[in-house]
Design a protein around this ligand. Structure first.
Ligand code: ARG
Length: 461
C-alpha cells in the first residue's frame, strides 16, 4: 500500500520517508495484532448481522482474517514500516488474501475506535495474567509465613529497632498489599472492559450498526455512551498504570528489605546461589541483583504513569495522534510488572534462606521490650505516661551500665517501682513480647494464626 493509495485521492505525493518512519507505530503496535484481528472479526460479523454487508462477505472477511492470524503465527506475515500501523497492516494483508471484499472491512469503523478496542482487549488479558501472578506471589508468601509463625524478627520504625514481631506477621503485611493490588486491578478491569467500537472517528456512523452486538461478541460488559469520549478516553490506561505503579511500590519495598536483610549489617537472610550474582572483581561478593533490579525498574513504571497523565492533560476532544504514545508505556509497564512479579516470587520461593540463629539472637540484644515494661506498670495502675518516663530512665541507666533490661536484678526492679515482681522477666522475653500483642491485627501468635487462616480462604488455594 503506497501512501497515496492509503490516504485517498486527496493526496498527490507520498510521505517523506523520515516522516513515514516518524509517524509509524507498527514497530510496537504489532503487539496488538491478535486483538486487532479478533476485533475486526467481531466487526465483520456485526456488518453481516445488520445487513450492511452480506453473510457471504462477512464469512470471507472472518476467514481471511483467520488466515492473517495463522500467517502471523507461522512467521510468514511480518509487516514492515510501509504499513504504518497494525490496523493498516492487517487490512492490507486481508485484502491481498480475499480480494476486493477486504476493502469492505473498514465500513462504519475508524482506526480511532479500532485502536481503542484493541488496547482494551490487550489490557483485559494482561490484567488477568497479572492478577494470577499476584495470587501466586501471595501463595508463596503464605507458604513461608505458615512455617514461621513463631520465628521472631526485629520490627522497626524509622529503621530503628522498635518491637519484635512474628516473621509471619511481617510477610503477611506484603500479602495484604498484594491483596489490594489484586482487588484494585479487578476494579480497573471494570472500566477497561467497555467497548468504544462503533464510535467511529468521533461522531458515530451513518450505518445501522449494532454496537451491543460487537460488544457481546468481544465480551465487553458495556459500550461507551458518548462517541467523542469513547475514542479519546484513556482513563482506563491511566488507572492501569497507576495500579501497576502501586504494585511496583510494594515489590520495591519488599526488595529494599531483602537487600537490607542480606547485608552483613543485618544478616537475616542468605541469598541462595540460584538467585544471587557475583562480582567481576571482588571474589567474596554475593549480590542481591534481583531485588535491586526490581527496585530499579519501579522508576520506569512510575515514568509511564506520569507520561500518560501528561499526554492527556491538554488534549481537546476527540482523537489526537498524541494518543499513539499511550502504547509503549502500557506495554513496557505490563512487561515490567510481570517480569518483576515472576522474579520476586521465585526469589521468595527458592532464593532466600532465613538465618534462624541470627534472628533469634537479634531479638534479644536490644531494648525492644521497653514498651512492655511500661505496659507492665500501666497494667498495674501506674498511668502510662508516668510508666513511660520511669522506663526511659531505666533504659538510660542500663545503657550506661552496659546492661539489657533482662539483666536487671529483682531488687533493682523493685527499687525502680514496687509494682515490679518476678514475673517481669517472663513479660519481657521476646516470645512473650510478641505473644502479648493479641489485639486484632497485631503480631500476637493467636492473631497471626487467625490471619493465616483468613488469608488462605481469601486466595482460595
Ligand atoms: N496508530 C494509531 C494509534 O496508535 C491508530 C489510530 C490512528 N488514527 C488516526 N486518526 N490517525 O493511535
Amino acid at each position: 500500500m503506497t501512501e497515496k493509495q492509503t490516504w485517498s485521492q486527496r493526496f498527490e505525493s507520498a510521505l517523506h520517508p523520515a516522516i513515514a518512519r516518524f509517524n509509524a507505530s507498527i514497530s510496537f503496535d504489532i503487539e496488538l495484532i491478535e486483538y486487532d484481528i479478533t476485533g475486526s472479526q467481531a466487526h465483520a460479523k456485526m456488518l453481516a448481522h445488520t445487513g450492511i454487508i452480506t453473510h457471504l462477505e462477512g464469512e470471507a472477511l472472518c476467514n481471511g482474517l483467520e488466515q492473517v492470524r495463522q500467517e502471523y503465527h507461522q512467521g510468514q506475515f511480518r509487516p514492515g514500516i510501509d504499513a504504518e500501523d497494525v490496523h493498516f497492516a492487517v487490512e492490507k494483508r486481508l485484502t491481498e488474501i480475499v480480494g476486493d471484499v477486504g476493502k469492505k472491512l473498514h465500513t462504519a469503523r475508524s482506526r480511532n475506535d479500532q485502536v481503542g478496542t484493541d488496547t482494551r482487549l490487550y489490557l483485559r488479558d494482561q490484567i488477568q495474567q497479572i492478577r494470577q501472578q499476584l495470587r501466586d506471589f501471595q501463595g508463596v508468601l503464605l507458604d513461608i509465613a505458615e512455617k514461621n509463625v513463631e520465628t521472631l524478627i526485629p520490627g522497626y520504625t524509622h529503621l530503628q529497632r522498635a518491637q519484635p514481631v512474628s516473621l509471619a506477621h511481617h510477610l503477611l503485611a506484603y500479602f495484604q498489599m498484594a491483596q489490594r493490588d489484586w482487588e484494585r486491578l479487578e476494579d480497573v478491569y471494570s472500566r477497561v472492559n467497555i467497548s468504544p467500537l462503533g464510535c467511529g472517528a468521533l461522531a458515530g456512523t451513518t450505518f445501522p450498526i449494532d454496537r451491543h452486538y460487537t460488544a457481546s461478541l468481544l465480551h465487553f460488559d458495556n459500550v461507551y455512551a458518548n462517541s467523542l469520549d469513547g475514542v479519546s478516553d484513556r482513563d482506563f490506561a491511566i488507572e492501569f498504570l497507576c495500579a501497576a505503579s502501586i504494585i511496583m511500590v510494594h515489590l520495591s519495598r519488599l526488595s529494599e528489605e531483602v537487600i537490607l536483610w542480606a547485608s552483613e549489617e543485618f544478616r537475616f537472610v542468605t541469598l541462595k546461589d540460584s538467585c544471587a550474582t557475583g562480582s567481576s572483581i571482588m571474589p567474596q561478593k554475593k549480590n542481591p541483583d534481583v531485588p535491586e533490579l526490581v527496585r530499579g525498574k519501579t522508576g520506569r513504571v512510575f515514568g509511564h504513569l506520569q507520561a500518560m497523565l501528561v499526554i492527556m492533560k491538554g488534549l481537546p476532544l476527540a482523537y489526537n495522534k498524541d494518543l499513539q504514545e499511550d502504547k509503549e508505556g502500557i506495554f513496557d509497564s505490563v512487561n515490567t510488572v510481570k517480569a518483576c512479579l515472576e522474579a520476586m516470587t521465585i526469589l521468595l520461593q527458592e532464593g532466600l534462606e532465613f538465618r534462624y540463629q541470627r534472628l533469634a539472637t537479634a531479638v534479644t540484644e536490644d531494648f525492644s521490650n521497653a514498651t512492655d515494661v511500661a505496659d507492665y506498670l500501666a497494667a498495674r495502675g501506674v498511668p502510662f505516661r508516668e510508666a513511660y518516663n520511669i522506663v526511659g530512665k531505666v533504659v538510660k541507666t542500663s545503657i550506661a551500665g552496659g546492661k539489657l533490661l533482662k539483666d536487671l536484678q529483682i531488687e533493682e526492679w523493685q527499687q525502680i517501682h514496687p509494682a515490679f515482681a518476678s514475673d517481669i522477666y517472663e513479660a519481657i522475653t521476646p516470645r512473650q513480647v510478641v505473644a502479648a500483642r493479641n489485639s486484632y491485627g497485631g503480631t500476637g501468635f493467636e492473631q497471626v494464626r487467625q490471619a493465616l487462616v483468613n488469608a488462605r480462604i481469601q486466595i482460595n488455594i
